[in-house]
Ligand binder design. Structure first.
Ligand code: NAD
Length: 336
């Protein structure tokens, strides 16, 4: 069978597919490996299973070139010297990272990974995962180069951002760094070298920082609202021609799956469980209840059904709302 330049494990996902398209567009022969066979069939037929600007058009342009191949078996990895792992890295119902999911997948892949392969971890991972994967491969007799190259795109803008955001490369050797830098070179982005642990933390801290900015905005809103003040008016006054406060976000349902999940990963990583992150979680995830309680105080809601709009957080996204609803354990309209 013809060799491939790259195989992307989790290649039909929100991160994997835009990356596969970008690499194929840059000239690579890309194998898209995904266990979700229904998604594979849709993509093979030219349909992108989620909203992503320009992706379907690019997919349809690339399919006839033969530079994209699809499969659901890890045996595809035997055809490439570079493997990118971008499977989901969820937190469990106790808000702890499910690190065993990642370990299990790596163990399943090991028999199919070529010796001296470049293994690029792109999922957002618990700090130390890259070193752990390196050790697992080593123990299995594979002298692979394992690097952590986090994805930092915003859904819906992936194709544009993959080609514009600097790419962090967390590598523990110069050889591994150079191989990863060469991989991303055709995308024309700036490459920033760090150690694996630095890149893992950089990704978690970036998302946590964003989550905490939303939390302080929501806390400010609650303070103003509780004292009977119109917060929109306060916010307008704060931001008006005052650059140092221009980045104070507006209040609202914050999160999406990644911001909460990654703040909680950081909390699990930290000996004191990151009190500021916990506070941010309580504020952000408590916003729907805050609003319901406020409405209830205004006019009792017992026996009524409330629909909450805007929980998707990001406009024009078909993913985040569903996952936030799952995390909260709300399966339908809230009943009081
Ligand atoms: N979605 C985002 O905007 C975003 C941005 C940056 C980073 N991330 C991170 O990227 C990672 C992936 O997120 P996503 O949103 O793409 O998730 P996703 O659920 O959309 O995609 C993951 C894909 O992996 C596939 N998969 C799972 N196990 C597999 C296996 N053993 N073999 C092959 N395929 C397998 C799934 O079928 C799915 O298609 C997560 O760690 C996430 O935190 C996501």
């Amino acid at each position: 069978m013809e060799s491939l330049d790259i195989v992307i494990v989790g290649g039909c996902g929100h991160v994997g597919l835009p990356l596969a398209l970008s690499f194929a567009d840059a000239g690579y022969r890309v194998g898209v490996d995904d266990i979700d066979t229904a998604k594979i069939e849709r993509v093979r037929a030219g349909e992108v299973p989620f909203k992503e600007a320009g992706a379907e058009q690019l997919l349809r342009k690339l399919l006839p070139t033969g530079r994209l191949e699809f499969g659901s078996e890890p045996a595809m990895l035997e055809r490439a010297d570079t493997v990118v792992l971008v499977i989901g890295t969820p937190i469990d119902e106790f808000m702890n990272p499910s690190v065993t999911v990642f370990d299990r997948v790596v163990d399943e892949l090991i028999p199919h990974i070529r010796p001296h392969c470049l293994v690029v971890l792109r999922s957002t991972v618990f700090p130390g995962t890259t070193e752990g994967v390196q050790r697992r491969l080593h123990a299995a007799g594979l002298e692979a180069d394992v690097v952590f190259c986090p994805e930092r795109i915003a859904e819906g803008h992936a194709l544009e951002e993959i080609r514009s955001l600097p790419q962090l490369v967390g590598a523990s050797s110069t050889n591994a760094y150079e191989r990863a830098a060469r991989l991303f070179e055709p995308l024309g982005v700036q490459i920033v070298r760090t150690t694996p642990r630095e890149a893992e933390l950089a990704k978690l801290l970036t998302n946590t920082w964003r989550y905490m900015k939303f939390a302080i905005a929501n806390q400010f809103f609650q303070i103003a609202h509780r004292s009977g003040v119109d917060y929109n008016s306060v916010l307008g006054a704060i931001r008006n021609d005052y650059p140092r406060a221009a980045d104070l976000p507006g209040p609202g349902f914050a999160a999406g799956p990644c911001l909460l999940k990654d703040t909680m990963q950081l909390s699990a990583y930290t000996p004191d469980h990151f009190p500021m992150g916990q506070a941010a979680m309580q504020i952000n995830e408590g916003m729907p209840n805050y609003i319901i309680d406020s409405l209830d105080a205004h006019k009792p809601l017992a026996g009524r059904t409330l629909g909450i709009l805007g929980m998707a957080f990001k406009g024009e996204s078909d993913e985040d709302g569903r996952e936030v609803v799952d995390i909260w354990g709300i399966t339908g309209p809230i009943r009081l």
